[in-house]
Design a protein around this ligand. Structure first.
Ligand code: DOR
Ligand code: ZN
Length: 354
């Protein structure tokens, strides 16, 4: 096969930021995906209300148009951040929100307090937000969770959140909940046992790297060292965890779908004494995903994972267009506008056509 064609996929978790970074990163996603769900932890101002979300949608769309694409080719989806201050009415205002016939505000995101980039306004008490979750259940807004307990040991944070996830699923049986970027075998197992209303996104980098690639990375000259560009939250874990994630992504279980968590940070913010969490994977997503599924002999499971299960979970129509990848080698640039991408400097064997 010289080329691989699939239904145009969706990315159900991406960080686009604002300002200059927004301009440089949006085109990578827009050229590969039909839709992508932009996270609300922007700086200096997060996306907190319907008005903020619609303004952000327009900012993203403007860039999409500048690179010659229309909202028919790529439609951004946006989210609001749920904080301790969010009121049920903030959520009720979002009912049936659409732009030009497209439903665009699709989720409310909860970051536990202080757990990752720009989460200083995160949630400290889930129970105190029950009126907000009830409003989300009522209007059909998906609850998107950064599922980690901030005070726990760094490698146990996700595991310790699973009780909260089960509690929310039980207390809000009609609320659709997504546990974002799962990183452990325990999460995969827990998800399988939870009701259909609970799904999970899986990133490309958690399918490819483990903690070893963060802390014992073999550099160009052959010696091992820390790779800050592989550092993200949740922290990639052991081989058995990565194996469970690969199993889940390739299982055909519709609870597991793709969300890249592509999270750009300027190189100097990553290569620092307090490096930011985030892997900027947008430029290499589809070539590496296709390569990974092919390597495991599961190419038939790729399209459901990237182009169907997420859309169905969110109640969105499937994309009708296709995308083709050609077998063509290219070297991933070492930087894009001051941001180091995932697989920088490495050769990739597939390239998105066009
Ligand atoms: O690695 C991460 N980076 N994980 C997150 O949850 C946030 C993200 C970011 O915004 O940089
Ligand atoms: Zn994220």
């Amino acid at each position: 096969m010289d080329a691989i064609t699939i239904r145009r996929p969706d990315d159900f978790h991406v960080h686009f930021r604002r300002g200059e970074i927004l301009k440089s990163v949006v085109p990578f996603t827009a050229r590969q995906f039909g839709r992508a769900m932009a996270m609300p932890n922007t700086s200096p101002e997060p996306i907190l209300t319907r008005g903020d979300a619609l303004k952000y949608w327009l900012e993203i769309t403007e860039i999409v148009q500048k690179v010659g694409l229309s909202p028919e080719d790529f439609c951004p989806l946006v989210t609001i951040q749920i904080t301790d201050e969010t009121e049920p009415n903030t959520v009720r205002e979002i009912k049936e929100e659409g732009m030009g016939g497209h439903k665009v505000i699709v989720a409310g995101k909860v970051y536990p307090l202080g757990v990752t980039t720009n989460s200083h306004n995160g949630v400290s008490d889930f129970r105190a937000l029950y009126r907000v979750f009830a409003a989300m259940e009522e209007v059909g807004l998906v609850l998107s969770l950064h599922g980690q307990v901030p005070k726990a040991f760094c490698l146990d944070r996700e595991k310790e959140f699973l009780d909260t996830l089960a509690m929310l699923a039980k207390d809000f049986p009609a609320l659709r909940i997504v546990m974002e970027h799962i990183s452990t075998k325990e999460s995969v197992d827990a998800l399988k046992d939870l009701p259909k209303t609970v799904g999970a996104t899986i990133t490309l980098h958690h399918l490819l790297i483990t903690l070893h690639d963060v802390l014992s990375f073999v550099g160009e000259e052959g010696s091992e060292g820390l790779n800050p560009h592989h550092y993200c939250q949740p922290i990639p874990q052991k081989l058995e965890d990565r194996g469970a994630l690969i199993g889940a992504a390739m299982s055909g279980n519709p609870k597991f779908f793709f969300g890249s968590d592509s999270a750009p940070h300027l190189k100097e913010r990553k290569e620092s004494s307090c490096g930011c969490a985030g892997v900027f994977s947008a430029p290499v997503l589809l070539p590496l995903l296709v390569g990974l599924f092919e390597f495991h002999g599961k190419l038939d499971r790729l399209e459901p994972f990237v182009s169907e299960f997420g859309a169905r979970f969110y109640g969105l129509p499937l994309n009708q267009e296709t995308i083709t990848l050609n077998r063509e080698e290219w070297v991933v640039p070492k930087e894009y506008n001051g941001i180091v991408p995932f697989f920088a400097g490495k050769t990739v064997g597939l390239k998105v056509q066009g």
